[in-house]
Ligand binder design. Sequence first.
Ligand code: G3P
Ligand code: CA
Length: 249
Amino acid sequence: MVSNRRFLTKPLYIAHRGLSSRYPENTLAAFRAAIDAGAGMIELDVTLSRDRRLVVIHDSTVNRTTNGRGRVNTLTMAQLRRLDAGSWFAERFAGEPVPSLEQVLDAVGGKVLINIEIKPEAFEPRAPHDAVERQIVEMVTERQMAADVLISSFAWRVLARIRALSANLAIGLLSELPADERLLYWFRRLDGFSWHPDYRVVSRSQVEMLQGLGARVYPYTVGGRIDTMSLLAMGVDGLIVDDPRQMAA
Ligand code: G3P
Ligand code: CA
């Protein structure tokens, strides 16, 4: 049971990679704009740099969203910090840096709920002492932000490690497929808070089944008004969106 009543908002609008329809995704500018636009939660992607720091970026390479080239896990945080993560989107964002998770937590902490998505490539089966899961739990706990954070991943084994480290962090299971017995098993095993399905696989019966288990249902990534209205009519608890106009709909 989450202690932060802001999680009970319905529908909860979750700004996908920040306000990514108008700002360069996964940057502080995008997260601040999402808050200004009234998002109840921001969503961000986290993976590991070469020196095992938590970096906020979606792709496994920096090619699409920065002026650099190469795999994220071959670059140190210092190298990543020197990249321009804004110009690719629009010249007025030139110089916008790739943020670390710490920087995002410090910049928006207390102002909005935060959905941290751990990218599957950050999962290390033979976890070292400074594994991604431990870093996240410590970072959130040190800042007393546990009640503001929802951790999600397509890699459910990552989430099992989060649960082993923290009994009270909210956990969301991402899936591209409709809910099945395996999803239900993992939802119970993880003491999950929410299900984050591809919006195209959502049906009213699936929403009712998951809500019957106590799950919130937050489909991703919803782009149009017809889909938005249809999903809200199915009773979903929130929507992961790029477009701020949906928030005012
Ligand atoms: O967390 C929902 C959504 O962000 C998952 O897909 O590829 O945008 O990270 P992706
Ligand atoms: Ca994501």
